[in-house]
Ligand binder design. Structure first.
Ligand SMILES: Nc1ncnc2c1ncn2[C@@H]1O[C@H](COP(=O)(O)OP(=O)(O)O)[C@@H](O)[C@H]1O
Ligand SMILES: [Mg+2]
Length: 258
């Protein structure tokens, strides 16, 4: 299963992507996490120590070559992982699309194309999971970076601008032809907020792919520079993400709708 995680800035994309990746890897899946944010911080949520961030490899810009049919990778996915990924706790492999090390270095079109082709190269074997953590803008959809994902989860908070951003991303993903598109409600504090998300989703005919409660564990994990999963493995939000991860990866628990 190949999942793209989108949504407004701060909605919780990275927290959910990273925690899902760890939980699925822990459950025996082979997980490739791709940090597609040009301001990457998925590593920390995966539990890769901050000290390793400085020398984190990013994808080089020469991994694609043109062919008559379009483009292809110049190396196999296994070679790319061997030379450009970092393996974190639970065996999650992390590829980082780009890092803003220098100002004024131009656009990331080539890197978006590279990530798109890498996602295509991930096998459809049931054991393989690829999770793309995207940036807040709809770039990954307008550039087609997420086109080879099987599903898009748009993470939304229970207020209008966040819901509306999620809806726009859902529409773009449907335009791209992604098979399944859903909203994941995050930071839900009470029934009234849950109802607001469900009513919005129903009005726009978008599936609700799961609910994650507001949980202090994310804030205290950040303060402690720990992955949420390591900091508070039994927190309600972690259990909710576990359920969503397994439902969307097509394995284990769930398979019903939230
Ligand atoms: N369910 C939640 N409850 C409380 N805080 C959360 C929750 N999910 C994420 N956060 C916090 O919200 C902030 C933004 O989360 P992040 O995952 O970085 O968002 P994004 O990747 O969408 O920009 C972080 O401080 C994170 O700890
Ligand atoms: Mg993020």
């Amino acid at each position: 299963m190949k999942l793209a995680i989108a949504g407004k800035g701060g909605s919780g994309k990275t927290s959910i992507s990273g925690t899902m990746a760890r939980l699925l890897a822990r459950g025996g899946q082979r997980v490739l996490a791709i940090d597609g944010d040009s301001n990457p911080n998925l590593a920390l949520t995966l539990g890769i120590p901050a000290e390793r961030m400085g020398d984190m490899p990013t994808l080089p810009s020469d991994l694609l070559r043109r062919t008559a049919a379009g483009t292809e990778l110049t190396q196999s996915l296994e070679q790319i992982k061997a030379s450009h990924s970092v393996t974190g706790p639970d065996g999650v492999d992390l590829l980082v699309m780009a890092h803003p090390q220098h100002a004024n270095t131009g656009c990331l079109c080539q890197m978006h194309a590279t990530v798109r082709t890498i996602i295509d190269a991930v096998s459809n074997d049931g054991r393989d999971v690829c999770i793309l953590d995207t940036e807040a803008s709809p770039e990954h959809l307008s550039r087609g970076t997420a086109i080879y994902a099987d599903a898009l989860l748009a993470v939304v908070e229970p207020y209008f601008k966040s819901l509306e951003t999620g809806r726009r991303m859902a529409v773009l993903a449907q335009d791209l032809g992604l098979e399944r598109v859903a909203l994941v409600a995050n930071k839900i504090r009470d029934e009234r907020e849950e109802d607001a998300v469900r009513a919005f989703a129903a009005k726009h005919d978008i599936e609700v792919g799961g609910l994650v409660p507001f949980d202090e564990c994310f804030i205290t994990a950040e303060r402690a520079s720990e992955a949420p999963l390591d900091h508070a493995p039994d927190a309600a939000a972690i259990l909710a993400i576990d359920e969503i991860a397994h439902r969307w990866a097509g394995v284990g628990v769930g398979n019903g709708r939230a």
